[in-house]
Write a protein that binds this ligand. Structure first.
Ligand SMILES: [Zn+2]
Length: 391
């Protein structure tokens, strides 16, 4: 089953104090429903060996509202989505078991970690009003009313879902997803391209392209990491239970948010450039977490950036009809991209020198060429045939 390509618009929301109180209350209630539904599934299985489905649990919601009248304040579809989220968590759990992994059982959520509400069915549970001269847009939510929204760009197409979320610093945003039609896809006007590229994410540079170009790590990786470390030290020193500590925690949260925003901007820009140029993009299917071992690097930032980069690249490529191929990262740095010779390459060695064919090339450039070759090979396209390792 292929999913229709979607586009996501994110806007800042400015709920009134009263609306904010209500949204907070809904989050608390949804979190309770999530935990109750999880508990119910657990005991149904423990007591009767029975599996409850999404439909089973949705059927119970009206009854729950009779026992807990405050649940009736939350739009029905939002509550159904809570059950859906649990259902998806179980799906993922069983899928991973089938794949032979040992995943953790779905867990109860703390109310601090439950921070979004999903509204489905446009026109029924939510609606968007474009801004006029006086305002910059309005989001109409069922049982809440008109919420001020800053639409910095107009939505094209009919919205499918709206996810309203609260950030750790208490700001509110909405992500509205829109399905793209065939014409809209074509109208995106991407140039026809037959260019292919291999992309090797690195430690010193953000990524190396098989074309020989580099995408440098932005300077903020380093400066923001330093700011974060400083703020975290100050937080650790602040005595527990004081106002000072609350304040310091907010500072830390604010830096996290700023990093996330800047990272997003950086990745969106780079991905969009790549999609414009290349039709076939080869990347490593790597477990990012294992890779960041250099303690001097802006660890968390780089780490999160790579996974976000791969994800975003995949999404944008699908939207644009470009092909992304992920290859096994084994030996991409050890293998000579010209003749296939293999040798150990410790991280400190920055240049690949091949004793067999005499190739001298930047380590990551060599890696990106191998990634491209492997991907072409995997797709049955004319990649370089790697000869057997001699001796
Ligand atoms: Zn060689």
């Amino acid at each position: 089953m292929s999913k229709k390509p979607i586009k996501i618009y994110q806007y800042r929301l400015y709920p009134t104090r009263k609306q904010m109180r209500k949204l907070e209350q809904w989050l608390t209630l949804c979190c309770e429903v999530y935990n109750a539904a999880l508990d119910e599934r657990k005991s149904a299985y423990r007591m009767a060996g029975a599996f409850l489905s999404y439909e089973d649990q949705c059927r119970e919601l009206p009854g729950c509202k009779e026992v807990r009248p405050d649940l009736a304040d939350v739009p029905s579809q939002v509550l159904q989505d809570v059950v859906k989220r649990l259902d998806l968590a179980f799906d993922a759990f069983f899928r991973r078991i089938e794949n032979g992994e040992t995943p953790g059982y779905p867990r109860f959520k703390s109310r601090f970690r439950y921070h979004s509400l999903t509204f489905k069915q446009y026109g029924n549970s939510f609606k968007v009003l474009e801004g006029g001269k006086k305002n910059r847009g309005t989001l109409v939510l069922a049982k809440l009313g008109h919420v001020k929204m800053v639409m910095h760009r107009a939505i094209k197409g009919i919205p499918k879902t709206a996810i309203v979320k609260r950030t750790p610093t208490g700001n509110w945003y909405v992500s509205i997803s829109v399905e793209l039609s065939e014409q809209e896809m074509q109208a995106k006007g991407l140039p026809v391209s037959e260019e292919k590229v291999g992309i090797d994410v690195g430690l010193k540079t953000f990524a190396y392209l098989s074309s020989g170009e580099e995408i440098a790590n932005p300077r903020f990786f380093r400066t923001e990491e330093a700011a974060l470390a400083r703020a975290q030290r100050k937080l650790a020193k602040a005595p527990k239970g004081t106002k000072e500590r609350v304040h310091k925690r907010k500072v830390v949260a604010r830096i996290h948010e700023r990093i996330a925003n800047r990272r997003k901007t950086f990745i969106e820009r780079e991905v969009s450039k790549l999609i414009q140029r290349f039709d076939f993009l080869a990347v490593e299917a790597l477990v990012v977490r294992n890779m960041v071992k250099n303690p001097k690097l802006a660890k968390s930032i780089v780490d999160a950036s790579w996974s976000m980069f791969f994800k975003h690249l995949q999404t944008k490529a699908e939207e644009a009809g470009r092909q992304v191929v992920r290859v096994n990262p084994a030996y991409t740095s050890q293998t000579c991209s010209k003749c296939g010779y293999r040798q150990p390459m410790p991280l400190s060695v920055r240049v690949y020198e091949c004793p067999q064919c005499g190739l001298v090339i930047h380590r990551d450039h060599n890696g990106s060429l191998n990634i491209l070759n492997n991907a072409l090979h995997a797709c049955g396209r004319a990649g370089r045939v790697i000869p057997e390792v001699p001796g």
